[in-house]
Design a protein around this ligand. Structure first.
Ligand code: ZN
Length: 171
């Protein structure tokens, strides 16, 4: 999953406005940051960053670090939950390892770009709708509509890329 993860971060912001959006964006892409770092370092096992034990560890670390920093454990649990959401959402669109040596699971929606776009668009729309509730002011509708439009355009570009170049490597 690509921009749909932003939808998860925006939705979490709507549910728990106390947490900074930057923290939630960091959390929502945690497995991808680790994957990219390992991949660039030349590790052939970088995709294990998306396995169940790795994501559980990242979520635990994120929860503890955020909780100890702000002393707000409900918000910390939301940050940890956003990290876990990455794995669950990637299982819908991709094909990811469960644990070292374990089976790969996933619905591989990337191979059907239209379906991937629809799923990610619903997540983006849902996230923006929840996020809207945290914003005051008269420009609210215009600004959030522009944001949703920009996110959908990014997702569309990625899905067109997938449709045109069938075997895009992520790292
Ligand atoms: Zn991922």
């Amino acid at each position: 999953m690509y921009i749909g993860h932003v939808g998860a971060a925006l939705g979490a912001k709507g549910i728990r406005p106390q947490v900074g959006l930057g923290v939630l964006l960091l959390a929502t892409y945690t497995p991808d940051w680790i994957d990219a770092g390992l991949c660039l370092a030349g590790s052939p096992q970088s995709m294990l960053s998306h396995s169940v034990p790795a994501v559980a560890l990242f979520a635990l670390v994120a929860t503890l670090v955020y909780g100890l920093a702000v002393r707000d454990w409900r918000s910390a649990a939301v940050v940890g939950g956003v990290v876990v959401s990455h794995m669950l959402l990637d299982f819908i669109t991709g094909n990811k390892p469960t644990w070292p040596g374990g089976p790969m699971i996933g619905l591989r929606l990337y191979s059907i770009p239209v379906a991937d776009f629809l799923i990610e668009s619903v997540l983006i729309a849902f996230g923006v709708a929840l996020y809207r509730r945290t914003l005051p002011g008269p420009r609210l509708w215009r600004d959030t509509t522009l944001m949703a439009g920009a996110l959908l355009a990014m997702q569309l570009a990625i899905d067109i890329g997938h449709a045109v170049m069938r075997s895009v490597q992520k790292c």
